[in-house]
Design a protein around this ligand. Sequence first.
Ligand code: NAD
Length: 314
Amino acid sequence: MSAQILDGKSVRDSILAELKPRVEALAAKHRRPGLAVVLVGDNPASEIYVRSKVKACGELGIFSERLTPPDSITTEEMLAIVEDLNRRPEIDGILVQMPLPAQVDARRILLAISPEKDVDGFHPYNVGCLVANSPAPRACTPAGIIELLKRYRVPIAGRRAVVIGRSDIVGKPMALLLLHENATVTICHSKTPDLAAECRRADILVAAIGRAALVTGEFIKPGAAVIDVGMNRLTRREEAERIYTRQPEKLRQLAEKGSILLGDVHPIEGPEMAGAITPVPGGVGPLTIAMLMSNTVRAAERRLEAREAAPCSS
Ligand code: NAD
């Protein structure tokens, strides 16, 4: 069996194409949506993420502003930046790129972001809305996965879903979103006994672990939909030889580039067992940015609706 590829790039393109007229309508009626991205210090991985977020804004006609305070910033100074962004009317979304330096209290920063501008969906108020299934910005990666499943017409209601990983940004919100779509959901994590047996029961398996190729064929029920969230860099030749037994071009890639990007799902056994699977790269990653754009546009629309409902307020 060879799995259907769930192409995140084409779903991203559809989402962005649908957002474009909404951005134009906002611009014509009021002003462009605005996103502020705060990137502390010079973490190369964060740099890449922020660059692609700012680029996506540009392509869509969303105003974006990049703030780059130094690595030495204090919690109080970060709070002042966030409070200023909270006050600024032309900013609809605030994204503080994680991780923050150790001396900054990330929890306090997250709490300080106004919930209606929290386009990452990480503020405890918005997490509460997620639990209660009431409207609010949702965490981008899990929200993108739901979009992908729906657009590929993968049935969710009544199906058994297993999420591996219980992080606040992927695993937990993913499980709740699947639950709200009426799946029967199991959350697995690093202390789950017999992980493979739990996963084999899944019609929809979401791997959000951060361990290269941990999910092998024995984890996958034949025909299941497999969503690979993991982004891992493989640098050791022995490990690459063990995983890519029949793909010498991958070993050449490792020799040339020094690393191979792969997911949490075994790149050969996964597509052999699954009915449908997301590739890495090109699966979940592109959806995350699309949903960030979607959350920013929605935040701008909500703020405009609130303004129209109370025309005398500033
Ligand atoms: P995290 O480290 O916060 O959480 C990992 C989770 O995996 C934990 O809950 C842990 O219990 C579980 N885990 C660890 N080892 C395990 C094991 N051996 N067996 C079972 N469970 C185990 O990571 P995260 O932030 O949730 O991210 C997970 C992965 O997804 C990472 O590779 C990350 O880079 C990737 N990611 C990708 C995107 C994207 O847009 N593509 C977005 C977010 C995260």
